[in-house]
Design a protein around this ligand. Structure first.
Ligand SMILES: [Fe+2]
Ligand SMILES: [Fe+2]
Length: 258
């Protein structure tokens, strides 16, 4: 399946570019599915129904949002009329609209799209995004009820995005980070299944995501690293003392990707 994710689409410049270029991209690249994050499409704050509909007319299959979803007051009502409009799934129960939905791509694939918002440095602070994702995945497991599962994880901190990527690793097809308007775009090919795009690779965060504060809100007492030193700082060789304490893995520098 050929997927295009665009975001955030910001203001007149962003939406004009998307509306002009998207139809051609869909045909030239033979795209099966297109997602656009449009939380700041209306003058940089929120999104109107007209802008949402124009984006859908240009070829988007889903428009996701984030913390600015309600900046244009009409969003509170029009979000309930359109299945292709998503707001973060971890807004409190009773919030208008929906946070995830199952769609059919142009190639017939069943695509679950979920919009989830982080809590680190974010306002408003919503319900637990990890718990929300767990519910979404339980209701529509990959390969059983969906051929692809895509998360728009709308958050500020790259560490929280990385945690989330590890948390759903193996259970989702693609996690992409939005909100910051500055793409780090450093895809992580070490993700076991699917693709993660959003921030730098930090191996330890896999442990934090599975056992730590991100899930339980409890303090996590980290221990010193154990095992071989996989990636010395670029241009540096470890001293004899540190080399004996943290021996370089035999496959280094093959693991040095940057
Ligand atoms: Fe944004
Ligand atoms: Fe945002």
């Amino acid at each position: 399946m050929r997927l295009l994710f665009l975001g955030d689409m910001v203001g007149k410049t962003g939406r004009t570019a998307v509306w002009e270029k998207l139809p051609g991209l869909i045909s030239d690249l033979k795209l099966d599915f297109v997602i656009v994050n449009g939380e700041n499409a209306a003058g940089g704050f929120g999104i109107t129904e007209d802008i949402f509909l124009e984006t859908i007319n240009a070829g988007a299959d889903v428009v996701t949002t984030g913390n600015h979803v309600w900046d244009q007051k009409e969003a509170v009502s029009f979000c309930q009329r359109h299945d292709q409009f998503l707001r973060p799934a971890n807004y409190p129960a009773g919030t208008p609209g929906r946070g995830s939905n199952l769609y059919f791509a142009r190639n017939g694939a069943r695509v679950l799209v979920a919009n989830v918002m982080g809590r680190v440095f974010m306002h408003p602070e919503l319900d637990d995004p990890f718990k929300a994702a767990e519910s979404i995945l339980a209701a529509c497991p990959l390969k059983e009820q969906a051929d692809a599962i895509i998360f728009d994880f709308h958050a500020e901190a790259t560490s929280e995005k990385q945690c989330f990527g590890h948390f759903v690793d193996g259970r989702a097809s693609f996690v992409v980070g939005t909100h910051t308007h500055v793409p780090t775009a450093d895809a992580d090919p070490q993700w076991r299944h699917g693709l993660y795009v959003g921030c730098r690779h930090v191996r330890r965060l896999r442990l934090v995501a599975r056992h730590g504060k991100g899930r339980t809100s409890q303090p996590l007492h980290l221990q010193d690293a154990q095992g071989p030193l996989l990636r010395p700082p670029r241009g540096l060789q470890p001293s004899a003392a540190s080399a004996s304490k943290f021996p370089i893995a035999p496959d280094w520098p093959r693991t040095s990707r940057r």
